[in-house]
Design a protein around this ligand. Structure first.
Ligand code: FPP
Length: 241
């Protein structure tokens, strides 16, 4: 496997890599079903793909990665699955901190505080804070994240007097991704053609790559395929390019 992806690396144009990639990790449940296992087994396998993609991100010197780990709508899943997902996320972070530090990755949790138990949020933020001396790739874990809620919460932070002079550039500073460039590329696994409330404001000009591969099967090789596809696009940002 490792060899396969290394073979494709030289085909990538290092000068045309995306600065920021957002990932909608979909298909864990279907993957588990195919393996006749409970859904949480699929989520656990999915956390291994997160590690692979981060590793490749560091190898390629990407600047920003955003993983859609838990949406504001995911609370509607069965209680056991929600409980399992929350535990998995915390355990995974705990287990990965030393590796993240070794790779100089700065990890942060983005999303809403509403509806999350404060001690849980505090615990995952405290784990992320252990990486805050790192100066390399920035990884956002979108947790309790919803694009519409992000925009509404941003609007609530605005001073009424600031509204008449508001521009896109000023507004973006109120978003949870403030100080970060918009994603150039959004990857969605498992074949669904939807944004599912992910980075709605920031995705305005993102290239979207959809693969049928289920998230637990998404590895470095699949990531390179996504990057190759991205590099074949002609990005015009509404102009004639
Ligand atoms: C979607 O698959 C996936 C999720 C809702 C959770 C993603 C979470 C992880 C990969 C776990 C750990 C995360 C990190 C960042 C370490 P689905 O359950 O909707 O799959 P299905 O559509 O096949 O049912």
């Amino acid at each position: 496997m490792a060899k396969d992806y290394k073979k494709l690396l030289p085909e990538l144009d290092q000068s045309k890599l995306p600065r920021h990639i957002g990932i909608i990790m979909d298909g864990n449940g279907r993957w588990a079903k195919r393996h006749n296992r409970p859904r949480l087994y699929g989520h656990r396998a999915g956390s291994k793909s997160v590690r692979q993609v981060m590793e490749l991100g560091v190898e390629l010197k990407l600047e920003y990665l955003t993983f859609y780990a838990f949406s504001t709508e995911n609370w509607n899943r069965p209680k056991d699955e929600v409980r399992g997902l929350l535990k998995l996320l915390k355990d995974h972070l705990k287990q990965e901190i030393s590796e993240l530090n070794r790779q100089n990755i700065y990890l942060q949790i983005i999303g809403s505080e509403t509806g999350v138990k404060p001690d849980y949020l505090q615990a995952i933020r405290a784990l992320a804070a252990k990486t805050h001396e790192n100066t390399g790739m920035i990884v956002n874990i979108a947790f309790n994240y919803g694009g519409r809620l992000e925009i509404i919460e941003a609007i609530k932070k605005l001073e009424p007097s600031a509204i008449s002079e508001l521009t896109s550039e000023k507004f973006r500073q109120y978003l949870w991704t403030k100080d970060q460039p918009d994603p150039d590329l959004i990857i969605r696994t498992s074949g669904e053609h939807r944004l599912s409330n992910f980075l709605l404001w920031q995705a305005a000009y993102a290239e979207i790559y959809i693969t049928d591969v289920l998230w637990p099967d998404f590895d470095k090789l699949e990531m390179i395929k996504a990057l190759r596809d991205y590099q074949s696009r002609n990005r015009r940002f509404g102009g004639l390019g």
